[in-house]
Design a protein around this ligand. Structure first.
Ligand SMILES: [Zn+2]
Length: 362
């Protein structure tokens, strides 16, 4: 057996091969695995060494398996003993891809760009600064008083289910013109499916700096000088807020299989700013509508952010703007579920007509 990982977003962890069995050590936490196994036996047995964090997530989600490296399916894992999970996959062609996240990297982004570049009403801007680039899809003509809706995925690059939802947003808008027209008549939509295409090819879970350091990039919105990709996205959002044109601003994350629901949320207080009763009610009603018929979903408003510097903390504190985040689950939800999540959110977006409370009135 050979274990290979020199492809887009390939990551290997310590392993040992013994006969037809391979053992991967995924400790500590939820270590990322994305490998190609070549010359594999017809029935490949796998042991995964895990701690408590990794165990829950993999038991809920399963191990992800693919023959072509494009379409992944979940294979259930069992727990034969403490600290170990076990899975078995049939490998008819002698090679198989194994992953702990549904891979979304530059390959997937390239595919999305190629599949949609002929759609006349989809435009792509390539933001760039400091040796980094980030593409953003734009839909709809700007017009008097139209709200701007912004979706940002891949802030934490290995929370790939979020990227698949964003990918689904773009594909839904591109594949259904009458639906898109109706939606875009009343708003403009921006989608960044992968906030940092470079970090997606690195083993760090969130963001990899130019110096090769893994940092919690999503929490740099409040920094004086965030890394290039966050700085560029922040400028875009702040510009829209200043014009009082903010509609839905949603960062799309994934807690993978750690929880069995997809949860959208926002906060009531940041810095000196507290939502009024009516803005608070609006935020809750907006989330409720947005999540209608979204698979396995719920919504929640918290008193304060759990980690300072995240987008909704910074944007409420410094700009008194209400913005949202969703954590997409991978427990029982795979590629079809991610696509459906995107479609339902867009459906629901069209049902929300009042965006004035997103920005505080002067
Ligand atoms: Zn995250």
């Amino acid at each position: 057996m050979e274990i290979l990982h020199h492809f887009d977003s390939g990551v290997v962890q310590p392993f040992e091969i013994s006969g037809d069995r391979i053992t991967f050590d995924l400790r500590p936490g939820q270590r990322i695995l994305n490998v190609l196994i070549r010359n594999a036996p017809e029935r490949l047995a796998m042991d995964l060494l895990v701690d408590e964090n990794g165990e829950k997530f993999l038991l809920n989600q399963g191990l992800l398996v693919s023959e072509d490296g494009e379409t992944f399916r979940s294979v259930p894992v069992e727990k034969p003993q403490e600290g170990m999970l076990r899975a078995s996959v049939s490998v008819p062609g002698g090679q198989v891809r194994l992953a702990t996240r549904y891979p979304y990297g530059r390959d997937a982004l390239d595919r999305l760009l190629c599949d949609t570049h002929r759609v006349p009403y989809a435009n792509v801007r390539l933001f760039g600064r400091g040796h980094r680039r980030v593409p953003i899809f734009d839909f709809g003509e700007d017009g008097e008083g139209k709200p701007h809706h912004i979706f940002i995925a891949g802030e934490d690059t290995w929370e790939t289910a979020g990227c698949w939802v964003a990918d689904g947003l773009v594909r839904t808008l591109c594949s259904d013109r009458p639906f898109a027209d109706a939606l875009l008549e009343r708003g403009v939509i921006h989608v960044a499916p992968l906030a940092s295409p470079y970090s997606a090819t690195m083993p760090s879970a969130s963001y990899t700096t130019l110096e090769g350091k893994g940092i919690y990039g999503a929490a740099t919105w409040g920094d004086e000088a965030p890394p290039p990709e966050y700085a560029l996205l922040r400028e875009e959002v702040v510009r829209i807020i200043r014009e009082k044109r903010l509609g839905l601003m949603l960062t799309i994350h994934s807690w993978q299989g750690s929880h069995e629901v997809s949860e959208v949320g926002t906060i009531r207080r940041a810095g000196e700013n507290t939502l009024t009763e009516s803005r608070s009610e609006w935020a809750t009603a907006t989330m409720e509508t947005l999540m209608r018929n979204v698979p396995q979903s719920q919504h929640r408003i918290s008193e304060r952010i759990w980690h300072s510097g995240l987008a909704r903390d910074y944007l409420l504190d410094k700009h008194n703007a209400i913005t949202f985040r969703i954590e997409v689950t991978t427990a029982g939800l795979g590629p079809d579920g991610f696509r459906l999540t995107a479609q339902r959110m867009l459906d629901n977006l069209g049902r929300i007509t009042d965006w004035a409370p997103a920005c505080a009135s002067a």
